[in-house]
Design a binder for this molecule. Structure first.
Ligand code: AMP
Length: 511
C-alpha cells in the first residue's frame, strides 16, 4: 500500500476536477480548479524527478505565499522528496544556518533574493536554485512548463520523511523537526473527523504557508476534504470579513481574531454561514474568546499543537463531546496520549501544573541530525517532552500555562508567567501583557511585566503592582512593570519573550 501523503490528498479531490479548488481573494486574480492542482503538481514533480536527486533529498523553499508555492509543496510530496519551508522573514544569517544544517539538494527562493540565497546554497552544496515570485514568474514554473502533466505519485512508507520544519526558536536555536508521511496524514485524518469537515465546506486561508498551522492544519485540512479555499496571500481583516458570508471555516492565530474584532463589518449576519472558527499557535485571551462570541454568536474552538507533533488537543466541535471552554485547549485528540509530570518524573494529580508530555502516531521522528537533542527530549518510556507547562483538570480539559523555559524561579519559588499575565490582563485599561524573568542578585530571577494599554487608556506601573499585591502572593508580583505600545511578536503571533528578556537582562545586575 502507498502511504504517500500526496496520494491520500489526491484521493480526496472531488470527482469533478473542473470545480474550483482555490479562489484568490487578493493580489493576482485567479481561480484554480482541482484539475489545475492535479496537472501543475504533476509537472512540478516531473521537473524534480528530472533532476535525478538522491532519495531523501530536501527541497528548501523560501518564497512569498502563493497558490504556486502550495503546488510546489504538493509536488515535493508527490515526487517523494522532503519539503522544508522557511519563514519569509528569515535573513542571510538565518538562511545560512538552515541551508548549512539541512543541506538541501534544491532551493526555491524569490527572484529578488536569488543573488544572496544562491550564493549561500551553492556554498552548502545545493545543486539547483530556482526562483518563484508572487506574480507567477520565475525559473521554477518556466522549467516545469516543459514537463509532462502525467505523473505517478512516488511510493512511500508511513515512516518516510515528508517534511522538516524548523522550530520557531522563540526560546533557543531552531531545530529541524522531522515529520513523516504517517505523522502528518494520521493527524490530518483525525482532525477531519474531530472538526466535522463535510461536503460544501469552504475555508478562508489567510495564514502563512511556512508553518504547521497554515500548511498542515488549514491548507491540507481543506485538500483532504476536497473543500474549496478562499485564498489570501496576506492576512487582511477587511478582506476576511468581506468573505465570511461565502465561507464555513476560518482558522487564525489569536492576533487575527483581535484584528477582525476591530472591523465594524464583523456581525452575526456576516457569519451566518460559518460553521467553525479555530484558533491556535499562541494563547487566545479569554477576553477575545468572549468578545467573539458576543459579536458573532460563534464560540471559537481553541486547539494546541506544535511543529514536532502537529495538533495535540482541541476543544470539542460537537456539543455532545462537551462545552468549548475559553482559556483551555480542550481534550487530547483521539489517538493522542497526554500526561503531566513533575520535575522528578512523577505524575501530577488533576489540576496540578507540571510538564506536558505526549505520545501518538503524530509525534515526529526526531530532530534532524541532532540525535543527542532528540534523546534528551524523549522520556525513557518514549513520550515527547513538549516543553510546555500546563495542567489537566478533573474533567479532562487541558490548560497551557507557558513554556518551561519561560518559568521564573524567584527566591526558590516557581512563578508561572501566564498566571500573572492573566491577573494583569483583567485590570481595566490593559490590552495585554507579557511577564518574563531576568537575573536578580537576591532572588536569582525576578519577574518583569511588560504591559500594553487599550487604545485611549493610560496605565500606571505603580498602580498595577499595587493591585497585584492585593491579589497574589508577593513572590509572584513582578518587581518592575513597563507600559509599552506593543509586544514583539513573530509571524505566528507568539510573543518573542527572549527579545524582551534581552532588553531587560541587565535591570537588576550590580555595577
Ligand atoms: P510551533 O512549533 O511554532 O507551532 O510552536 C508551538 C508552541 O506554541 C507550543 O509548544 C505552545 O507553547 C504554543 N501554542 C500552540 N498553540 C497554543 C495554544 N492554543 N495556547 C497556548 N500556547 C499554544
Amino acid at each position: 500500500m502507498n502511504h504517500s501523503l500526496f496520494a491520500a490528498l489526491r484521493g480526496n479531490f472531488p470527482h469533478d476536477l473542473d470545480g474550483v479548488a482555490i479562489e484568490c481573494a487578493d493580489g493576482l486574480p485567479g481561480r484554480y480548479t482541482w484539475r489545475d492542482l492535479e496537472r501543475a503538481t504533476a509537472m512540478l514533480a516531473n521537473l524534480l524527478a528530472s533532476l535525478k536527486l538522491p532519495a531523501g533529498s530536501r527541497v528548501a523553499v523560501q518564497t512569498e505565499k502563493s497558490v504556486e508555492a502550495l503546488m510546489l509543496y504538493l509536488a515535493v510530496l508527490r515526487a517523494g522528496y522532503v519539503y522544508l519551508p522557511l519563514n519569509t522573514a528569515y535573513q542571510a544569517a538565518e538562511i545560512e544556518y538552515f541551508i548549512g544544517n539541512a543541506e538541501p539538494a534544491v532551493v526555491v527562493c524569490s527572484g529578488k533574493n536569488f543573488g544572496w540565497v544562491s550564493q549561500i546554497a551553492f556554498k552548502a552544496g545545493t545543486t539547483h536554485v530556482f526562483t518563484l515570485n508572487e506574480d507567477r514568474s520565475g525559473s521554477l514554473l518556466e522549467r516545469a512548463a516543459h514537463q509532462s502533466d502525467q505523473h505517478t505519485p512516488a511510493h512511500c512508507q508511513r515512516d518516510d520523511l515528508a517534511c522538516i520544519l524548523y522550530t520557531s526558536g522563540t526560546t533557543g536555536r531552531s531545530k529541524g523537526a522531522m515529520l513523516t508521511h504517517g505523522n502528518i496524514l494520521s493527524n490530518a485524518q483525525t482532525l477531519k473527523d474531530y472538526w466535522g469537515w463535510k461536503a460544501g465546506d469552504v475555508l478562508i486561508h489567510a495564514l502563512p504557508l511556512f508553518h504547521v498551522h497554515g500548511l498542515f492544519v488549514a491548507a491540507q485540512g481543506a485538500l483532504l476534504n476536497g473543500s474549496k479555499m478562499i485564498w489570501l496571500s496576506k492576512f487582511d481583516a477587511k478582506t476576511v470579513v468581506a468573505n465570511l458570508p461565502r465561507a464555513t471555516v476560518f482558522m487564525g492565530v489569536p492576533t487575527l481574531y483581535v484584528r477582525m474584532l476591530a472591523e465594524p463589518g464583523l456581525t452575526r449576519e456576516a457569519c451566518k454561514n460559518m460553521r467553525l472558527f479555530l484558533a491556535g499557535s499562541a494563547p487566545l485571551l479569554i477576553e477575545t474568546f468572549n468578545e467573539w462570541r458576543e459579536r458573532t454568536g460563534h464560540t471559537i474552538v481553541e486547539r494546541y499543537g506544535m511543529s514536532e507533533t502537529v495538533i495535540l488537543t482541541s476543544n470539542p466541535y460537537r456539543a455532545e463531546d462537551g462545552e468549548r471552554r475559553g482559556g483551555t485547549v480542550g481534550f487530547p485528540l483521539p489517538g493522542v496520549g497526554l500526561r503531566v509530570q513533575d520535575d522528578n518524573g512523577q505524575p501530577c494529580p488533576a489540576g496540578e501544573v507540571g510538564n506536558i508530555q505526549v505520545s501518538g502516531p503524530n509525534v515526529f521522528a526526531g530532530y534532524w541530525r541532532m540525535p543527542d537533542k532528540t534523546k534528551e527530549e524523549f522520556t525513557a518510556d518514549g513520550w515527547f517532552k513538549t516543553g510546555d507547562v500546563g495542567r489537566v483538570d478533573a474533567d479532562g480539559y487541558v490548560t497551557i500555562v507557558g513554556r518551561s523555559k519561560d518559568l521564573i524561579i524567584s527566591g526558590g519559588y516557581n512563578v508561572y508567567p501566564a498566571e500573572i499575565e492573566g491577573f494583569i490582563n483583567e485590570m481595566p485599561g490593559v490590552a495585554e501583557s507579557a511577564v518574563i524573568g531576568v537575573p536578580h542578585p537576591d532572588f536569582g530571577e525576578a519577574g518583569v511585566a511588560v504591559v500594553v494599554a487599550k487604545p485611549g487608556a493610560t496605565l500606571d506601573d505603580a498602580a498595577i503592582v499595587q493591585s497585584l499585591k492585593s491579589r497574589i502572593a508577593n513572590f509572584k508580583v513582578p518587581k518592575r512593570v513597563y507600559v509599552v505600545s506593543e509586544l514583539p511578536r513573530n509571524a505566528m503571533g507568539k510573543v518573542l519573550k527572549n527579545q524582551l528578556r534581552d532588553q531587560h537582562i541587565g535591570l537588576f545586575s550590580q555595577g
